[in-house]
Design a protein around this ligand. Structure first.
Ligand code: AP5
Ligand code: ZN
Length: 214
């Protein structure tokens, strides 16, 4: 099963990726998590990405395409994968095609911008795993601690309101055109396209996904 999760920052891609990974046993490829890991490790990629990400802008297509190509070629992705946060520009989507990386499903989470700004202020993440929580909508079992490791949760540096608004603007400008791109693919019978109401509860969205994916 090869899946793309498409949606604005904060639409719930990472949250539902956790659900899909556990239920269908497909590896999650989150370009955001990969970049954050590179920043933590202090690699050359991390050094290049940090400033761009903190400013809410997109890392260059070349860097990201190289990263994903390498990851998709690994053994655990042979039977399928779940793309979270990639592709998010038309050149990235074209690069997938040029490299023969096909998908079965594109799943779009639709959430209005104002709801997203509210959500982001309550987000907490476990930096080691990328697991995502929300103070109100998806709280951890113990306040401030990751459910699995018990380690401290953190606030993402790009979750301040001003940066969230910038990320939303970039989403509308550069990523939204992918809705058309993959709708056309679906019309041509190349893959399936589903748009989900991402304002439902976390569990309701997961249930809808389970109905689609079977
Ligand atoms: P990335 O990490 O991919 O961030 P993003 O796309 O901006 O998305 P988020 O992770 O912010 O949101 P999400 O949809 O995963 O929502 P979540 O489940 O966490 O990218 C970060 C940066 O890296 C980019 O800005 C860019 O610089 C760079 N980058 C990454 N990929 C790139 C690429 N391909 N090309 C170029 N640059 C790239 O949920 C959000 C909150 O809402 C959580 O608190 C959650 O608990 C809560 N929530 C989730 N679902 C619900 C629900 N149904 N109801 C209520 N609350 C909910
Ligand atoms: Zn995410």
């Amino acid at each position: 099963m090869r899946i793309i999760l498409l949606g604005a920052p904060g639409a719930g891609k990472g949250t539902q990726a956790q659900f899909i990974m556990e239920k269908y046993n497909v590896p999650q490829i989150s370009t955001g998590d990969m970049l954050r890991a590179a920043i933590k490790a202090g690699t050359e990629l991390g050094l290049k990405a940090k400033e761009v990400m903190d400013a809410g802008q997109l890392v260059s297509d070349d860097l990201i395409i190289g990263l994903v190509k390498e990851r998709v070629a690994q053994e655990d992705c042979k039977a399928g994968f779940l793309l979270d946060g990639f592709p998010r520009t038309i050149p990235q989507a074209n690069a997938m095609k040029e490299n023969g990386i096909d998908v079965d499903y594109t799943l779009e989470f639709d959430v209005p911008d104002e709801e997203i700004v509210k959500r982001m202020s309550g987000r907490r993440v476990h930096p080691g795993s990328g697991r995502v929580y929300h103070l109100v909508y998806n709280p951890p079992k113990v306040e401030g601690k990751d459910d699995v490791t018990g380690e401290d949760l953190a606030i993402r540096p790009d979750d301040v309101e001003e940066t969230v608004r910038k990320r939303l603007a970039i989403y509308h400008e550069q990523t939204k055109p992918l809705v058309d791109f993959y709708t056309k693919d679906a019309e041509a019978g190349l893959s399936k396209y589903y748009k989900l109401d991402g304002t439902q509860s976390v569990d309701a969205v997961s249930q809808e996904l389970a109905t689609i994916l079977g």
